[in-house]
Design a protein around this ligand. Structure first.
Ligand SMILES: Cc1cc2nc3c(=O)[nH]c(=O)nc-3n(C[C@H](O)[C@H](O)[C@H](O)COP(=O)(O)O)c2cc1C
Length: 204
């Protein structure tokens, strides 16, 4: 595990070979990795055996929950399928526990669609579910429209404004964590060490 203080876990809710959601997410991940204080762990859902709700949990589920539990922040990326987020994304969320390990974690959302209106519906539905499970859903989700025209054969983004928005999603999440999550963690640690010293004084 990286010794950088901020740990971002990200997942793309598509298992289609060469999916565009993963191509868009790769830029978010690249931006996180470029920072000095954050590491990125991108979960490849296609490589996991995730049971349907009610089926017996697999070893992959436990490992998946541990990865997300260790996250300071999360990025969930979904394709827009039939006017909503994908069933793969829902299966991921359903396998993150009940109560969910997403609870209390800041989550940035990314939606990717072939259509020109983008992934607005997918993002609205996903925001609602993430809030329901207790995640801190950050404002400013990024919706990518017409995704088939935005990446070259090698998967590189060829649209500067899309790339800027995708990198901005990472920057927003990291800024929120630096401003609101890390100070709290530092304060708790300071309070705990202060408490230890106080106890030492009265027991000596
Ligand atoms: C089952 C299914 C439903 C889809 N429904 C929509 C839709 O409602 N709106 C849209 O813009 N694109 C829709 N698409 C196209 C996806 O947005 C497109 O495949 C895009 O590349 C994002 O998905 P990907 O990450 O799997 O590539 C659909 C694709 C599939 C496979």
């Amino acid at each position: 595990m990286s010794d950088r203080p901020i740990r971002i876990v990200a997942a793309a809710g598509s298992v289609r070979p060469g999916h565009f959601t993963g191509k868009a997410l790769a830029l978010v991940a690249e931006e996180v990795a470029a920072s000095d204080d954050a590491s990125i762990d991108v979960v490849d859902i296609s490589g996991l055996r995730l049971p349907l709700p009610g089926e017996e949990a697999t070893d992959d589920v436990k490992a998946l929950q541990e990865r997300f539990s260790a996250a300071t922040g999360v990025v969930l990326a979904t394709p827009e399928y039939h006017g909503s987020y994908s069933s793969v994304t829902k299966l991921l969320i359903d396998n993150l526990g009940f109560p969910s390990v997403l609870s209390g974690k800041p989550v940035g959302l990314l939606g990717v669609a072939a259509g020109q209106i983008g992934a607005i519906k997918a993002l609205e539905h996903l925001r609602s579910v993430c809030s329901h499970v207790g995640a801190i859903v950050l404002p400013g989700p990024v919706s990518v429209a017409g995704c088939h025209k935005l990446f070259d054969e090698a998967g590189r983004c060829i649209d500067a404004s899309t790339e800027k928005r995708l990198r901005g999603l990472a920057a927003n999440l990291l800024d929120y964590i630096r401003g609101s999550i890390c100070p709290r963690v530092a304060l708790e640690e300071a309070a705990r060490s202060g408490e230890t010293q106080w106890m030492k004084r009265v027991t000596e």
